[in-house]
Ligand binder design. Structure first.
Ligand code: TTP
Ligand code: MG
Length: 386
């Protein structure tokens, strides 16, 4: 028997209309109705739209005013982040029972490496079904799952039959599924690159498959080989669990420039809470932090800070992230992200004396994590952003 399986089995899971689904679960009168989650004001942005609102053209990151116009009958609800985070924690606890190799991507999304788990857990397709069933029966919301030989194809697969989908892409399916897709389905190709390709007469992956590697190199430089491979269904990125990660970060892009600095700070605080939670869950500490930002259409820039002592404390990471953010004179923001870096397994300080304030903050974090885990509800909410 070969020591290494002939091909990998990667699972990608993404919850369906996540924030809206939790609201519909908790408020049965909202089920079956078009729902928009987000701040209902002139500067508000849609966090997500329920599947009932999507045929009207409503979607994430859209200005709320636009979504309202498209679907005037939609019910609009504010974001209840604590509830969604609690469901997310429960989702990750279920995932952990299916594979030790889990790479979280966002609040509602993760990769699982199922390679080599067949003898212990059964066929990957059966595992995927079981996983979906557990989420549905225990959390009362649905997830879509993709199963494939690599990350790129698994993520593509999970998106193919949303909501409540389960799609397997095997090596024999690649030549049928990929060519008709638009080039924007290649990981890393955004609207700007797609427009450039369109001007060269390239719209689909099939169009790109006609081009040799040196043509790709002339047009994409160092990204050429990646796109060349992805177009052929080749992707050798490993699933990296948080405990092995070099950095842990969250970022968000908005469809419009967000002109309210406090709104951006709120998003950042939330990102810091999620990043810090992931550090603590994995018993790792950050030696540095980076804040990434895009003002309007300008290119993305970032600022980093070395932390005096490595930490996994939400409060310390938040203070550092906020001070980095506040160094920029504020302009409307298109993208914001926070990344914890230089991760180590121990705290960086050999302290002779413990700092009582620090010890107290640590206890707050421990209690918050425990409450979250036990009751699936965040009873301790941190103070404001200012
Ligand atoms: P997504 O998984 O991108 O979207 P979704 O779960 O709502 O819908 P889908 O069925 O297509 O997966 O994002 C997960 C949650 O993250 C989403 O419910 C709300 C939040 N979110 C934002 O707040 N802003 C954003 O711009 C995006 C994309 C998501
Ligand atoms: Mg989702």
């Amino acid at each position: 028997m070969p020591l290494v399986p002939s091909y990998s089995s990667i699972l990608h899971l993404d919850m369906d209309a996540f924030f809206a689904a939790v609201e519909q679960r908790d408020h049965p009168e909202l089920r079956g109705k078009p729902l928009l989650i987000g701040h209902d004001g002139p500067r508000g942005v849609v966090a997500t739209a329920s599947y009932e609102a999507r045929p009207f053209g409503c979607h994430s990151a859209q200005p709320m005013a636009v979504a309202r116009r498209l679907c005037p009958q939609a019910i609009i609800l504010p974001v209840r982040m604590e509830s969604y985070r609690a469901v997310s924690e429960q989702m990750f606890s279920i995932l952990a029972q299916f594979s030790p190799v889990i790479e979280p991507l966002s609040i509602d999304e993760a990769f699982l490496d199922l390679t080599g788990t067949e003898r212990a857990l059964g066929r990957p397709l059966d595992v995927a079904r079981k996983l979906k069933d557990r989420i549905k029966s225990e959390l009362k919301v649905t997830a879509s799952v993709g199963l494939a030989p690599n990350k790129y194809l698994a993520k593509l697969a999970s998106d193919m039959q949303k909501p409540d989908g389960l799609v397997f892409i095997g090596p024999d399916d690649i030549n049928r599924i990929l060519p008709p897709l638009p080039v924007t389905k290649l990981w890393g190709i955004g609207k700007a690159t797609a427009a450039r390709l369109e001007s060269l007469g390239i719209r689909t992956i099939a169009d790109l498959l006609q081009k040799p590697l040196d043509w790709m190199e002339a047009h994409f430089g160092s990204d050429a080989k990646r796109y060349y491979n992805l177009a052929r269904g080749i992707d050798d990125r490993p699933v990296v669990p948080d405990r092995d990660a070099k950095s842990i970060g969250h970022e968000q892009t908005f469809e419009i420039n967000v002109a309210d600095a406090d709104e951006i700070r709120r998003v950042m605080l939330d990102q810091v809470e999620q990043v810090a939670g992931r550090l603590r869950r994995n018993h790792v500490y950050a030696g540095g932090i980076t804040v990434k930002i895009r003002f309007g259409q300008f290119e993305t820039i970032s600022r980093s800070m070395t932390l005096r002592n490595s930490t996994a404390a939400t409060n310390e990471l938040w203070m550092a992230a906020r001070s980095l953010f506040d160094k920029w004179p504020f302009q409307p923001v298109r993208l914001i992200g926070v990344t914890a870096e230089r991760l180590t397994e121990g705290e960086g300080q050999l302290a002779l004396f413990t700092d009582p304030l620090k010890e107290r903050q640590k206890k707050v974090d421990i209690v918050a994590d425990q409450i979250n885990k036990k009751f699936g509800k965040r009873a301790i909410r941190r103070g404001g952003v200012s």
